[in-house]
Design a binder for this molecule. Structure first.
Ligand code: ZN
Length: 342
């Protein structure tokens, strides 16, 4: 009755620990965004507090309350502010005040359930003081309290903190698993197939995109601008870079997202060239990919992939984004040019 899709290894480990009553006092769930870390944490909270014979039933009052974030003994600590609404800025880090409050609450017995659970969402955002305070809490375990830290990147956490938790890795799902889960929820097959590929095994993203047209539209618009760059002259390419850099100052992750999209496209071209069309990501644009692949040699496609990867690495090392992107744009072979020369 676990709600989470896939992750059979982690689920059976938790199930087994539940049955033997040998759960750890603190867990660290590591996995890419939207892979199901929060779903799994809430499922475990349900399993611990469920009133049915075979927990988690998902239907009893306790399971329902946890699913709707209304259970007094299951608390989520993260960057979102309490009673988040317009006007309150999201936090940039999880502060010591939040951890102190949690610590205080963890010393009180469960209010309505059997176990207390504290889920720290985005543990990589813990401030140094908050992480130290949390470490002390984890060093002095109290009964009937379980802490679950969720992170996309455990390398950003202090090793001392990691050593206090049982680490569990949630890998991305297979595209077929995501596709099946989407079909089961009534998403029409062609859309399910596309979203499953675009999600890179993160069902949460695929589900959001299935019900929020905006996400898919944003993807299409970004890809369209990138494809326009292939036939564009240098002036237009640099104008595009200026536009990207302006957005970069507001949100650093955006340029990386665009580069990832671009990388995905050129990897698809590579797959088409080597005859592996069945595993491409952009399944809705297969005809364009096949047509485009004719205009490039294998070596050219590989070289573009190398350039995009190098650009991504330089950005991660804080290189000047304008410079990095302009160099990338200069290295991008124009298609017409290629056809003429080839
Ligand atoms: Zn239940």
């Amino acid at each position: 009755m676990w709600q989470i899709v896939g992750q059979t290894r982690v689920v059976s480990l938790l199930q087994c620990s539940l049955e033997r009553q040998s759960l750890a006092h603190a867990y660290l769930f590591v996995g890419p965004p939207h892979v199901g870390k929060m779903t799994l944490a809430l499922n475990l909270a349900q399993a611990l507090n469920c009133e049915a014979v075979e927990p988690p039933c998902g239907e009893c009052a306790s399971c329902q309350k946890i699913a709707f974030a209304k259970h007094a003994d299951v608390q989520i600590i993260g960057l979102a502010q309490d009673g988040d609404s317009a006007g309150t800025k999201p936090r940039v880090e999880i502060g010591i005040d939040q951890i102190r409050q949690m610590q205080h609450s963890s010393n009180l017995p469960p209010f309505e359930g059997k176990y207390k659970m504290f889920i720290i969402d985005g543990a990589e955002h813990l401030s140094i003081e908050a992480a130290n305070c949390l470490l002390k809490t984890l060093e002095e375990p109290v009964g009937k309290v379980i802490f679950i830290l969720l992170t996309t990147n455990d390398r950003l956490l202090p090793p001392t903190l990691i050593s206090r938790c049982q680490g569990l890795e949630l890998p991305p799902l297979a595209a077929t698993e995501v596709e099946a889960a989407l079909n089961k929820r009534g998403i029409e097959p062609p859309k399910a197939r596309l979203l499953a590929r675009l999600s890179h095994g993160c069902l949460g993203w695929a589900l959001s995109a299935a019900f929020d047209e905006g996400l898919l539209q944003q993807h299409t618009e970004r890809l369209d601008s990138l494809l326009d760059m292939i036939s564009a002259d240098y002036e237009a390419r640099f104008a595009y870079v200026t536009q990207l850099v302006a957005q970069f100052s507001q949100r650093r992750g955006l340029v990386q997202e665009v580069l990832d999209l671009w990388l995905e496209w050129w990897r698809d071209l590579l797959l088409v060239k080597v005859g592996c069309r069945d595993v491409i990501t952009n399944v809705d644009l297969e005809a364009i990919l096949v047509d485009m692949a004719r205009g490039y040699s294998l070596a050219q496609v590989k070289s573009v992939i190398d350039s995009i990867q190098a650009a991504g690495e330089q950005l991660r090392q804080n290189a000047n984004p304008r410079l990095v992107l302009e160099v990338l744009m200069l290295s991008l072979p124009g298609r017409r040019e290629v056809v003429k020369n080839g």
